[in-house]
Design a protein around this ligand. Structure first.
Ligand SMILES: Nc1ncnc2c1ncn2[C@@H]1O[C@H](COP(=O)(O)OP(=O)(O)OP(=O)(O)O)[C@@H](O)[C@H]1O
Ligand SMILES: Cc1ncc(COP(=O)(O)O)c(N)n1
Length: 273
């Protein structure tokens, strides 16, 4: 079984963060592991508070995984503070795993900050250069590349500027744009578009976490980058299409829709959503 590690924050309401990552890994048939960098008291409507994990404990969690287990891909999500970013980047340089996918999480869906805005320089200098793939949404790409994104041409310009910062590939996600849900991948040479019809729903809590974890799973399963993104886009679109009206705010996506349709339902006879 391929083994994939998530380094991210914990979302106690289960739709985003480590919880979304582990569900996504499981839906892809890879073995999921987690290094928690922050415990976030959040739900579908708001972030109440958070407690960051001490950098030395983050380092020891990473040591615990890598000294024992071969890791086929790493997904990195929320990194709240510069110290946390430095700890993660140093350890990943030490262990040098393949397939590092980084979702540079800055805000929760409801607008609450999950990254200290003063940490942007450390993100750029320390974290971005270790990424095989960076997956910013439009507001994140704007902050990182210090430019406004108004159209697809701007998404491409921003992707090029971010690529210059040292990551191997950049996927600028269009979830926050108007029109279709168009994402642009830049590999340093070519642009590739991944498009899907926009689904009218407010239940998009954890879409970014789910997408980046699906890409990391597909890379661990040895798909090439474009195919890994193509399949992940399909997966996240189906997860949003069948998203769950759980909670009072932005509900979660359905990580197991296809599995429940094709697998569990047949074996157990239980009809699920
Ligand atoms: N309403 C929607 N319909 C279809 N696809 C969507 C929708 N919203 C987002 N997506 C897609 O979901 C994936 C995640 O993108 P998004 O821009 O939402 O990430 P994110 O902003 O990091 O997530 P979040 O806003 O939850 O932090 C992308 O492929 C995006 O195009
Ligand atoms: C712990 C944690 N990590 C990340 C996100 C952002 O979620 P997303 O961008 O996928 O909606 C979140 N709300 N909570």
């Amino acid at each position: 079984m391929k083994k994939v590690l998530s380094i991210a924050g914990s979302d106690c309401s289960g739709g985003a963060g480590i919880q979304a990552d582990l569900k996504t890994f499981s839906a892809h048939g890879v073995f999921g592991m987690s290094v928690i960098v922050s415990v976030v008291a959040e739900n579908t409507s708001r972030v109440i508070d958070l407690q960051d994990i001490r950098p030395d404990i983050i380092e020891k969690q990473i040591d615990a995984v890598f000294e024992d287990i071969e890791v086929d891909a790493v997904k990195i999500g929320m990194l709240p503070q510069p110290e946390c970013m430095e700890a993660v980047a140093e350890k990943l340089k030490q262990y040098a795993p393949a397939n590092i996918v980084i979702d540079p999480v800055m805000y929760a869906k409801n607008g609450c900050p999950l990254m200290n805005p003063d940490a942007i320089d450390t993100l750029i200098k320390t974290v971005i250069p270790i990424a095989d793939l960076l997956t910013p949404n439009i507001p994140e790409a704007e902050k990182i590349s210090s430019m406004e994104i108004r159209n697809v041409e701007d998404m491409k310009k921003s992707a090029m500027a971010i690529h210059e910062m040292g990551c191997k590939n950049v996927l600028v996600k269009g979830g926050h744009a108007a029109g279709s849900a168009l994402d642009i991948l830049f590999d340093g040479n070519e642009f590739y578009a991944f498009d899907a019809q926009r689904i009218e729903t407010k239940n998009t809590h954890g879409t970014g976490c789910t997408y980046s974890s699906a890409i990391a799973s597909n890379l661990a399963l040895e798909f090439g980058l474009q195919e890994a993104v193509r399949q992940a886009k399909e997966y996240v679109t189906i997860a949003i299409q069948h998203s769950l009206s759980i909670g009072k705010g932005h509900g979660p996506t359905h990580h197991f829709y296809e599995l429940y349709q094709n697998g569990l339902k047949k074996e157990t006879g239980i009809t699920r959503q």
